[in-house]
Design a protein around this ligand. Sequence first.
Ligand SMILES: NC(=O)c1ccc[n+]([C@@H]2O[C@H](COP(=O)([O-])OP(=O)(O)OC[C@H]3O[C@@H](n4cnc5c(N)ncnc54)[C@H](O)[C@@H]3O)[C@@H](O)[C@H]2O)c1
Ligand SMILES: O=P(O)(O)OC[C@H](O)CO
Length: 338
Amino acid sequence: MNKSIAVIGAGSWGTALAISLSGKGHSVRIWDVNQEHLKELAENRENKRYLPDIKFDDHLEIAYTVEEAVRDAEIVLFSAPAQHFRSALDGAIPYLTPEMVLVNVAKGIEQKTLMRLSEIAFEKLPNAKYVVLSGPSHAEEVGRGLPTTLVAASIDVALAEYIQDVFMTDWLRVYTNTDIIGVELGGALKNIIALGAGISDGMGYGDNAKAAMMTRGITEIARLGVTLGAHESTFSGLTGIGDLIVTCTSMHSRNRRCGIMIGEGMKPSEATKKVGMVVEGMFTTEAAYQLALKVGVEMPITEQIYNVINEKIDAREAVTSLMTRQKKHEKEDVFRKS
Ligand SMILES: NC(=O)c1ccc[n+]([C@@H]2O[C@H](COP(=O)([O-])OP(=O)(O)OC[C@H]3O[C@@H](n4cnc5c(N)ncnc54)[C@H](O)[C@@H]3O)[C@@H](O)[C@H]2O)c1
Ligand SMILES: O=P(O)(O)OC[C@H](O)CO
């Protein structure tokens, strides 16, 4: 059955999902803090800034206030960048009702509190019907209807199944999961490794270096994730290794593109600006670095990327530091446990 859906954040991902949902016949209203951007969306009936040449259909309306977007919605989808999720939620709260299902697609950790986004939501709304939607999914491909998979994660499996039904199309396949911690952390932390993969590419290193970055990257992501309560197996699924692969290898990736420019010698702040859309890894690196210190987990790649993007060392020094670390067994963590 068709639903009424509010989308909060009309960037590339919010727009791509709004196009997909409205294409399925759902009634979608999209809102953004940037009023100028909303006017352009209404005038052009497409998102020329982020997803040019993909026209909106009649089921997709532009809302000029949060209230207008959220009023009578059955589902409220948050697609603002992770550092803005708290303010996006605060803005919507006066208009939310307990029946509304909240879906968050942002991938990050709040820098100032080190909280996962679901922790923010449950702190404010302890009984929220809350679902995380994540997975290997570039907006540029979803907007064009290219085959994609996602995972709807919730502590309530029935709720995850509800969102699975609402979002699923013949080309957008949605799985469910109840490991909300693992799904959130996989989506957030892969952006750090994608920055690293981009830096490696930008420095002119080859496929060997990138394969190492990705494989050792997922190892340290899982190490932190399991310490924070996630299931290890989640990191070998779509929201773990799946999302890591797509982000580290695609030219659509904002994180990888930013990394490439840094690897080529551009200042990190300049590279971030040049991407022109949110580069979540630039915030998540700091948060993950602090979280790892707090819980005593070793994250050598994250630590070096933290050093590079904060201009403490250059990328070549970071590579030397990673390559000349104390030698170890590949599965050292497993040996430590047994
Ligand atoms: N772009 C993708 O392919 C993709 C895919 C999966 C997940 N994501 C995740 O989705 C999130 C958004 O990414 P994006 O690429 O769409 O970003 P973007 O930079 O393209 O757009 C972000 C939009 O959010 C708006 N915004 C900022 N604060 C807001 C607020 N408080 N309320 C409402 N709108 C607000 C901005 O004005 C902007 O239009 C990120 O966490 C990203 O990791 C992106
Ligand atoms: O473009 P990126 O690097 O923000 O990645 C987008 C999505 O998270 C890929 O799944």
